[in-house]
Design a protein around this ligand. Structure first.
Ligand SMILES: Cc1cc2nc3c(=O)[nH]c(=O)nc-3n(C[C@H](O)[C@H](O)[C@H](O)COP(=O)(O)O)c2cc1C
Length: 218
């Protein structure tokens, strides 16, 4: 009888999962991906994760930033958002990346940050991070999926576990139906056209719940 009791106890322990650390890492020139990052952070908190919103460093020349009033203003508005560090990556069990589409690809700022992770990768510290990505673009068919998939290519090298939203929630359809990750289209004024809040929240919750399983398994 005691044996059964112990077995039951062990199962109960397995169900009590540890708290997950979620890093929402973004790059944004005009605020869209900062907004997506904030929605993802909301989802992480709803899933009871420890959450950090972190920006990647701006690498564009100051003269280029200065030539765009909205870009300049966004950097000023977000100057107090902490900049991501390699320690943040070590801390994170789960990571949501959010970045705009640039000529059908990742922005150089995000890629530059990812390319600083070779040391962590070499020590095996990127393995089993649960990751998911979001993006924005000015057109629905000019690189949204491609940008997310390019990010995931690096994640496969990390040994990360890519947790896509798939079609696991109605909010994915409302946001435009991108199963690879929430993606939004912005108009000329940078206003998001789709109602993507719930999709970003759902994506973060799903990412955290997969990370919980991985962490509990470890
Ligand atoms: C250099 C550059 C390249 C871009 N390339 C694309 C593109 O390939 N496809 C597209 O639809 N929009 C493209 N855009 C528009 C951006 O994706 C859009 O402004 C961005 O998603 C807004 O995100 P943010 O507010 O977070 O900066 C480009 C913008 C810039 C500045």
């Amino acid at each position: 009888m005691n044996i059964f009791k112990n077995l039951f106890k062990k199962e109960s322990n397995q169900v009590t999962t540890p708290k997950v650390n979620l890093a929402v890492i973004y790059y944004s020139s005009n605020g869209t991906n900062y907004q997506l990052a904030q929605w993802a952070a909301e989802g992480g908190l709803q899933a009871e994760a420890n959450v950090k919103i972190l920006k990647v460093p701006e690498t564009a020349p100051q003269s280029v930033v200065d030539s765009s009033p909205s870009w300049k203003a966004h950097l000023e508005e977000t100057k107090d958002v902490p900049t991501v560090s390699l320690e943040d990556l070590e801390w994170a069990d789960a990571i949501i990346f959010s970045m705009p589409t640039r000529f059908g690809n990742l922005p150089a700022q995000m890629k530059q940050f990812i390319d600083t992770t070779g040391g962590l990768w070499a020590k095996g510290k990127t393995v089993n991070k649960v990751v998911s990505a979001m993006t924005s673009a000015q057109n629905p068919n000019a690189g949204q999926e491609q940008t997310i998939l390019q990010l995931y290519t690096s994640m496969y090298h990390w040994g990360a576990i890519v947790a896509t939203p798939g079609f696991t929630d109605p909010s994915v359809f409302v946001a435009g139906g991108n199963p690879y990750g929430t993606s939004v289209t912005v108009d000329q004024n940078g206003k998001i056209k789709e109602d993507a809040r719930d999709a970003a929240v759902h994506q973060a919750k799903r990412t955290v719940s997969v990370a919980k399983l991985i962490k509990a398994g470890n």
